[in-house]
Design a protein around this ligand. Structure first.
Ligand code: SF4
Length: 136
């Protein structure tokens, strides 16, 4: 077994955890980081037990693109990112795109990731329509 030090991804608190991983890469459980500056050895129930999603069969493993008939097909990351960038370019028509482009970030991101999302929205996409769902 190996212990992988990382940050809990369930909310923006950013508690320090070790993921205990078997030799076949199966996750065996979570152990708190006892000297982590945020969590100091404590985790909520999501931090202790919320790792089943990693191997959930319903989890998407590749991007999907909606086709004209409404169905989805698998795509490469390059193709999906190109489609997203193209959609943003089409929607950006002036210096204030607040009415056309809105960004929904996530409470599961770290504070730093949400800060970057704000920068991308305001500086890159020229929109001040940004929110996130801090309701886990
Ligand atoms: S979900 Fe719980 S353990 Fe995970 S970062 Fe948030 S408070 Fe910490």
């Amino acid at each position: 077994m190996k212990r992988v030090e990382t940050t809990c991804g369930y909310c923006g608190c950013g508690c320090g955890i070790y993921v205990n991983v078997a030799d076949d890469d199966t996750i065996l459980g979570i152990t708190p980081s006892y000297n982590h500056v945020v969590s100091k050895g404590k985790l909520c129930s999501k931090g202790w037990h919320g790792y089943a999603f990693v191997r959930d069969s319903r989890r998407l493993t590749s991007p999907l693109i909606r086709q004209d008939d409404g169905t989805f097909r698998e795509a490469t990351w390059d193709e999906a990112l190109e489609k997203v960038a193209s959609g943003f370019k089409d929607a950006m028509i002036d210096e204030d795109n607040t009415e056309r482009i809105g960004i929904i970030s996530s409470a599961r991101c770290t504070n730093e990731e949400n800060y970057l999302m704000t920068k991308m929205a305001r500086a890159g996409l020229k929109t001040s329509s940004i929110d996130h769902c801090a309701r886990l």
